[in-house]
Design a protein around this ligand. Structure first.
Ligand code: NDP
Length: 216
């Protein structure tokens, strides 16, 4: 069997880097991206030209799993008087538009693979049920990414492409901070098991890193 090809956005640090390393250790072909191109392929998901150029660099290469992991959390600790419009724009450009443009650009590659999968890293903060207040921009952006994944799952099912949406846990990374609940190794291992389990039967599901279904 040929080695699977896995594309991971934002693979230069945090959860993305850990997952990239683990897939490489399993013998998969991994295309990991970074904004500056210092580690792997160059991709800024907020820049449509960058997304197109990245997809062109992968022309005719089937992609078995596209992991939309790149994201920002710019409004951490923001007071209700804050939340400037520019922060909304920058966050949505990365966490929502960036996810859509990445998937759209790589659709030919996903279609060229058998049983291709798309994994979107959203967050528990996407949930309408768990709504403790604050972080309005990040929460809204992750809710939008969840919604995007749910609807893409419907549209891509007839093409045999499964879409899963995930909460990676509260993870000790630059974003999650040192007080986070789990380390990056636990999150990566859990998420990879979920990507493995993802199928057309479970497409559109919103799951925790450890396999528990997430409330919407
Ligand atoms: P990090 O901040 O450690 O890493 C974020 C990654 O995304 C970096 O590689 C970063 O690149 C990349 N990135 C940011 N903006 C862009 C962009 N415009 N184009 C391309 N890449 C970009 O975060 P984590 O590893 O913790 O988070 C990974 C994902 O998990 C994110 O989507 C996050 O929202 C989500 N998440 C994380 C949680 C946690 O507790 N850590 C909890 C819930 C969800 P660069 O180095 O250039 O900035």
């Amino acid at each position: 069997m040929t080695q699977p090809h896995i594309v991971i956005t934002g693979a230069n640090r945090g959860i993305g880097r850990e997952i990239a390393g683990r897939y490489r250790a399993q013998g998969a072909k991994v295309t990991g991206t970074s904004r500056d191109g210092a580690t792997g392929a160059t991709l800024d998901v907020t820049n449509p030209e960058s997304v197109v150029a990245f997809a062109k660099s992968l022309e005719r290469q089937p992609v078995d799993l596209l992991l939309c992991n790149a994201g920002v959390y710019l409004d951490k600790g923001e007071s209700i008087e804050g939340y400037p419009a520019q922060m909304w724009a920058e966050t949505f450009a990365a966490n929502v538009t960036g996810v859509f443009l990445s998937i759209q650009a790589l659709l030919p590659n996903l279609r060229a693979a058998r049983d291709a999968k798309i994994a979107i890293i959203s967050s528990t903060m996407a949930s309408d049920t768990n709504a403790p207040g604050g972080a309005y921009i990040y929460r809204s952006s992750k809710a939008a990414a969840l919604n995007l994944g749910r609807n893409l799952a419907v549209d891509l099912k007839p093409e045999g492409i499964a879409v899963g949406i995930y909460h990676p846990g509260w993870v000790k990374t630059d974003m999650g901070g040192d007080a986070a609940a789990i380390n990056v190794e636990e999150s990566a291992a859990g998420l990879m098991a979920r990507f493995d389990a993802l199928s057309l039967a479970s497409t559109g599901s919103f799951e925790n890193w450890d396999g528990r279904p997430h409330v919407f």
